[in-house]
Design a protein around this ligand. Structure first.
Ligand code: RB5
Length: 152
């Protein structure tokens, strides 16, 4: 598993802390910044991480901004990205098990470092259940209106 990681100015510190969690677990990652030197627009970082997934340079993403909301909204505009913005472990776990989420977007102004680490660990440790969820995730990825597209 390889991660692409990014943050805006609000998320730099937490992004760096979570990078240490990845490093401690031996998980390779590419860090797109920010580096803390100034204001950064979160859609720009979300786009860098989404492009890394699309290019096959990473298979998971970690994005951090103030709330995680803008990062998730931005990343989810890209084909193949399924970003989740959890604040609780159940949501983080189900986003992997049922939705095969591939990008974790967290809020540095919402979560403490301990909570964020727990969410990242749940995200890392929960496999996709597959089975009946596979066709539903395919409907997400198709980008089509299920009312007119039929079943995949
Ligand atoms: C930056 O002030 C803030 O808007 C951003 O980090 C994020 O919370 C947006 O969703």
């Amino acid at each position: 598993m390889k991660f692409a990681v990014g943050a805006d100015h609000a998320g730099v510190e937490l992004k760096n802390q979570l990078g240490e969690v990845l490093r401690a677990r031996g998980i390779e990652f590419v860090d797109f910044g920010a580096d803390g030197s100034g204001s950064v627009d979160y859609p720009d970082k979300a786009a860098q991480v989404a492009r890394a997934l699309a290019a096959g340079e990473a298979d998971r993403g970690l994005l951090v901004c103030g709330t995680g909301v803008g990062m998730a909204m931005s990343a989810n505009r890209f084909a193949g990205v399924r970003a989740v913005n959890p604040t609780d472990s159940f949501t983080a776990r189900m986003s992997r098990a049922h939705n095969d989420a591939n990008v974790l977007a967290l809020g540095a102004r919402v979560l403490g470092a301990g909570q964020a680490t727990e969410l990242l660990e749940v995200f890392l440790d929960t496999p996709f259940d597959g089975d009946r969820h596979t066709a539903r995730v395919a409907k997400i990825d198709s980008g089509a209106d299920p009312a007119t597209a039929g079943s995949p």
